[in-house]
Design a protein around this ligand. Structure first.
Ligand code: GLN
Length: 281
């Protein structure tokens, strides 16, 4: 078969099986399996595919048919223009989270930044690479996630210090910015998510307990001991959590609480400033 025929055949299989993004999925998998890019595909589309490449593509396509996310098959996801390694033990970085990373790296120059619940390390590594911070740290509970995050920091040549523990358990130092995209989905809602997410992404990275707010509650309370006076706490949130998370921050004594929207016009981030209460510090 030729590359074009293989592409058409793959798109037909995924379309027939009801995959909404069949064309994009097949293109990414075919290019990955055959070492192609868009230009080489246009040039070589009518050439015969070597047997080894065809076998590799067939294997990837069959995993996709089982709803394995494309990024776990290729092992990578682009985030803020950087290529991150991903595997089933870490959440796949989402485009919405790029907005949060951008809000942090545009404000990070010369500052000390902590990324809480770092997962693949996408936020911490991006901030370290693009924000010129004085110091970047990242923490996660999962050893497996930290392994991937460390690998990403190394591959992308980013200077990040890692802590393993239950939120701040092993975190050292004071920070001007604490950023977090914590697990925030209500436990019950996870069952309604697409199979790619509920069957393949780590539940630990998704589940925010019954009301989805456990980690916001804990981080909001615990971060006070690690924020410098005037330091910022910057969260990603679910689209329906703006009021609740803003309320938590205000109740804990944070100021300048703002809810920010994503490009779809949905509430997606909450930022707040820790005024530096001596009783807490
Ligand atoms: N910080 C990582 C991300 O934004 C992981 C988040 C998580 O595991 N909940 O992708």
């Amino acid at each position: 078969m030729t590359y074009s025929e293989l592409m058409a055949d793959g798109v037909r299989q995924l379309t027939d099986a009801g995959f909404p993004e069949a064309r994009t999925d097949v293109r990414v998998l075919l290019f990955h399996a055959c070492g192609l890019d868009f230009m080489s595909f246009l040039r070589d589309g009518e050439l015969q595919v070597p047997a080894e490449q065809e076998r590799r593509f067939a294997e990837m396509l069959s995993r996709r048919m089982e709803h394995v996310p494309v990024q776990y098959i290729t092992g990578e996801q682009d985030f803020c223009g950087l290529s991150f390694s991903v595997q089933p033990g870490v959440l796949i970085p989402r485009p919405e989270t790029e907005l949060l990373a951008e809000a942090v790296f545009t404000d990070a120059k010369g500052k000390r930044v902590l990324d809480m619940c770092t997962g693949s390390g996408c936020i911490a590594v991006t901030v370290a690479k693009l924000g010129a911070p004085a110091f970047t740290a990242a923490s996660d509970y999962s050893e497996e996630a930290l392994c991937v995050a460390k690998k990403n920091a190394e591959l992308l040549n980013a200077d990040v210090t890692f802590f393993q523990g239950d939120l701040f358990e092993n975190v050292e130092g004071a920070y001007d910015i604490i950023v977090s995209n914590p697990p925030y989905i209500k436990s019950k809602v996870i069952e309604e998510l697409m199979p790619e997410v509920k069957e393949f992404e780590p539940r630990m990275a998704l589940d925010g307990t019954a009301d989805g707010l456990l980690f916001y509650r804990r981080i909001t309370a615990e971060a006070k001991r690690y924020l410098t006076p005037g330091g910022r706490l910057m969260f990603e949130i679910g689209h329906d959590q703006g009021d609740e998370v803003a309320g938590l921050l205000a109740a804990e004594g944070y100021g300048s609480v703002e809810v920010k929207k994503d490009y779809a016009g949905l509430d997606r981030m909450v930022f707040a400033v820790w005024p530096g209460d001596n009783k807490e510090n």
